[in-house]
Design a protein around this ligand. Structure first.
Ligand code: S3P
Length: 449
């Protein structure tokens, strides 16, 4: 089982205005998929702007273990020589996906219909997360799985030798599950249909189409109905990975709560399945202008200019949850520094992320003096107004990058320093977070340095 090495406690202190450009790294979801689809194409896929975070590097290793040739040529510049749909070979060893739910769930989906076996493991966080949401649908294709009790990793998947196509309604809003089923459907003959009641991030659908698969999406009364024709030959692509809107949320929220700030965040995806946080921040009174709207690598993007603003609490529409699911932790920080309360309902999926994110944020915010109410599916943060959060606590990051970064953002505007017990998970998705935030003016220190 992998970990993140020796824990590194980190502290963030109240700072002066944040100023400058925050060019965040490539999108994590698209980076995983670029490597996986590249591995399934016949020929060489070229990728620029790949996120070189631990999660994606673990997926690169996994693709090599299944037989693809994955090469780094320079910073963010990679190539993948694929083996074709159905061409995976059986790995010699256990596949360690580290901290990455996206990595393990998508890869389980791909290999489930390839007549090979593979055993998966991860770090202490990933090995607690539910895998039944993927093993249930892949069983319909004919794959078998044996894991620890509760459907946890380590787990062995016995891929179906004669897969059958399926029709499956995804029971929870999850792009990982939707994608795992579509990826399994790639090597099943005939049409696989996936229905999702709420739209989740659509990178898999967009990229499958880009790689030449026959895929259609229909909006029906039951939700989005995605039909994929199995056993295509995927054609290699040239992929330019756009910057990650989930990572961009950290400098955006930081600039919103630190008085006097003005930060330029270039190339932020405005894909409607990803941009809920930006709509929400604007509704709360954040000062964000969306400049130079354009298409990059097939994704709608804009440059954001973010200035400090006094914000107020709102009721976040539950229907928006899927489009900002990874941003609730940092939103709860902005909520703590807003006037009035922010009500976040329909967010129970947060409980099965890298950690239980409702619990982790509630604990840390309370330790910093903020009143938080929660139930299974809801988090309510009672804002203390601009500059009103006492801070002065050490919060646990629970092996979760977004929890660690959220508390570092809180420390920039709280009255007293805010620490996390371990900042190492930040490297899974945003390895340059600390340096980039310091360049803008943040005061972050490593406490055991
Ligand atoms: C992801 C989907 C989301 C998200 C994760 C990335 C993806 O997870 O939280 O960070 O790339 O498909 P769920 O599918 O569990 O909602």
């Amino acid at each position: 089982m992998s970990g993140h090495g020796t824990p590194i406690p980190m502290t963030s202190r109240k700072c002066g205005p944040l100023n400058g450009e925050a060019a965040v790294p490539g999108d994590k979801s698209i980076s995983h998929r670029a490597l996986i689809f590249g591995a399934l194409a016949v020929g060489e896929t070229k990728v620029t702007g790949l996120l070189e975070g631990e999660d994606v590097l673990d997926t690169a290793k996994a693709m090599r273990a299944f037989g693809a040739t994955v090469t780094q040529h320079g910073p963010g510049e990679w190539s993948v020589n694929g083996v074709g749909v159905g061409g995976f070979s059986e790995p010699d060893n256990v596949i360690d996906c580290g901290n990455s739910g996206t990595g393990v769930r998508l890869i389980m989906g791909v290999m489930a219909t390839q007549g090979i076996n593979a055993t998966f493991t991860g770090d202490a966080s990933l090995n607690k997360r539910p895998m039944g949401r993927v093993t249930d649908p892949i069983a319909l294709f004919g794959a078998q799985s044996v894991g620890r009790s509760g459907g946890r990793l380590p787990m062995t998947i016995v891929g179906a030798t004669e897969p059958v196509p399926v029709e499956y309604t995804v029971p929870m809003p999850s792009a990982q599950v939707k994608s795992a089923v579509l990826l399994a459907g790639l090597n099943a003959p005939g049409q696989t249909v996936v229905i999702e009641k709420e739209a989740t991030r659509d990178h898999t659908e967009r990229m499958l189409e880009g790689f030449g698969a026959e895929i259609s999406v229909e909006e029906t009364e039951d939700g989005r109905r995605i039909t994929l024709t199995g056993q295509p030959e995927l054609k290699p692509q040239v992929i330019s990975v756009p910057r990650d809107p989930s990572s961009a949320a950290f400098p955006t929220c930081a600039a919103t709560i630190v008085p006097g700030s003005e930060v330029f965040v270039p190339g932020v995806s405005q894909n409607l399945t990803r941009n809920g946080i930006y709509t929400t921040l604007v509704e709360m009174g954040a000062d964000i202008t969306f400049e130079n709207e354009r298409l990059e690598g097939g994704e709608p993007v804009a440059d954001l200019r973010v200035r400090y603003a006094e914000t107020h609490g709102i009721e976040v529409p539950p229907a928006r949850a899927a489009s900002m699911i990874d941003e609730y932790p940092v939103l709860s920080v902005v909520a703590a520094l807003s006037t009035g309360k922010t009500v976040m309902r329909g967010v129970k999926e947060l409980r099965v992320k890298e950690c239980d994110r409702i619990d982790a944020m509630a604990r840390g915010l309370r330790a910093c003096g903020v009143t938080v109410e929660e139930d299974e599916d809801t988090m309510i943060v009672h804002g203390m107004g601009p500059g009103g959060v006492p801070g002065g606590a050490t919060c646990e990051s629970f092996l979760d990058h977004r929890i660690a970064m959220s508390f570092m953002v809180l420390g920039m505007a709280a009255q007293n320093p805010v620490s996390v017990d371990d900042g190492t998970p930040i490297a899974t998705s945003f390895p340059v977070f600390e340096d980039l935030m310091k360049t803008l003016g943040a005061q972050i220190t490593r406490d055991n340095a």
